[in-house]
Write a protein that binds this ligand. Structure first.
Ligand SMILES: C[S@@+](CC[C@H](N)C(=O)[O-])C[C@H]1O[C@@H](n2cnc3c(N)ncnc32)[C@H](O)[C@@H]1O
Length: 190
């Protein structure tokens, strides 16, 4: 979904970058070093893509975002990363073939997607068996006013609803840490 103006201003600010670099590393700390074919959904302007590329320098990374303006920013910001390709894509309707990636990353993306359950299913489809889904996500359901102001049209879920839907999709949740936001690692079984 398109971001609202307040959110667009926040996510493209320098302060957001500092916070992202600090918090995104927690999720990368849970990732395996040997991933080779990596998809990022909701790459924004490329801040989290850079963090993935630092951590997985030998992986081929496709960084995607729904919003063409963010895709343009990411292309500019990470043009020096030769192992990264940036493309426009809707995470709830991916054009990649099934079993294409051994890791999918999503940093603060799912709460933007009205069809978030469909996006979970798409992540499952494009992952190879034994592939990993790495998620850093906000739980906005307890804060309806905040959600209404910043993200009026987007996905609303509690952490429990999100995790249960992932399990119904077929994922095995292998790590979950939660405070005001949650860090989650799930695996597509063989
Ligand atoms: C809060 S930003 C996060 C950007 C980056 N991952 C980070 O953490 O700095 C969420 C991004 O998700 C993108 N997005 C929203 N709906 C999407 C969808 N259906 N498919 C892919 N990306 C989407 C937005 O355009 C936005 O760039």
């Amino acid at each position: 979904m398109e971001m609202s103006l307040p959110e667009r201003i926040i996510v493209n600010s320098g302060i957001f970058d500092i916070w992202r670099k600090w918090t995104a590393r927690r999720l990368l700390g849970k990732a395996h070093h040997d991933h080779k074919r990596v998809l990022e959904i909701g790459c924004g302007k490329g801040t989290t893509t850079k963090i993935i590329a630092d951590y997985l320098p030998r992986a081929k990374i496709i960084a995607t975002d729904f919003d063409n303006a963010q895709v343009k920013r990411a292309k500019e910001n990470i043009r020096h990363l030769k192992n990264v390709k940036v493309a426009q894509a809707d995470a709830s309707q991916l054009s990649f073939k099934g079993n294409s990636f051994d890791a999918v990353f999503a940093f603060l993306t799912f709460h933007h997607i009205g069809a978030w359950k469909k996006a979970q299913k798409e992540c499952f489809r494009v992952l190879m068996p034994d592939g990993y889904l790495y998620i850093d996500e906000l739980e906005l359901k307890p804060f309806p006013r905040l959600q209404h102001f910043f993200l009026p049209t987007n996905g609303i879920f509690s952490r429990t609803e999100f995790v249960e839907a992932l399990k119904r999709t077929g994922f095995v949740v292998i790590y979950l840490r939660s405070r005001y936001k949650f860090v989650l690692v799930a695996r597509k079984p063989r």
